[in-house]
Design a protein around this ligand. Structure first.
Ligand SMILES: [Zn+2]
Length: 171
């Protein structure tokens, strides 16, 4: 999480100064520039406007917040990255050949979380998690509508459901 409160909107900063403010190496700042952080022009030393930096870091914060490592999922209710409760996951069959839809219960609030994994990660999922037929520890009653996805999938077992629904928050 990058703090932007020390950056002055109308100031202009060098790479070294930016690194100092955000507590990262100059190399990281150069990577940011390659990654889309605007500089005033192409002349060296590169100079960065305060408001461009603020905008870039805010976007980066949103991106980071939703980034989950392999054994984590994003909980819609907590609005945080969480671990599946009791390492239990449920895998939903879908016709998609590239992704598998997985749901689990948030270890903090008990809501259902959903995440799409690549098909080749199935082996890792089996090694890392306890795959169950049904999430017995689920407590989706208090959940916002969006995270009751696995319930609606169960209900529509013979019907059709949209794979995109499951992948949307992580695409
Ligand atoms: Zn939660």
């Amino acid at each position: 999480m990058f703090k932007t409160n020390k950056i002055s909107y109308f100031n202009v900063y060098t790479i070294a100064e930016v690194g100092c403010i955000i507590n990262r190496s100059e190399r990281t700042v150069r990577d940011f520039i390659k990654d889309g952080l605007k500089t005033i022009d192409d002349k060296r030393p590169f100079l960065i406007r305060g408001y461009d930096l603020i905008e870039f870091l805010k976007a980066k914060n949103v991106q980071n917040r939703h980034q989950t490592s392999f054994d984590e999922m994003f909980c819609i209710k907590c609005r945080e990255v969480r671990h599946p409760k009791a390492r239990q996951i449920q895998i939903h069959n879908s016709n998609n050949r590239q992704f598998i839809s997985v749901s689990a219960v948030c270890s903090v609030c008990g809501c259902t979380m959903n995440k799409a994994y690549k098909l080749e990660q199935l082996g890792d999922l089996k090694r890392n998690f306890n795959i169950v037929e049904k999430l017995s520890i689920s407590d989706s009653g208090n959940c916002p509508v969006n995270c009751r996805l696995s319930d609606s999938i169960n209900r529509q077992k013979n019907g059709s459901y949209k794979k995109e629904q499951l992948c949307m928050q992580f695409s």
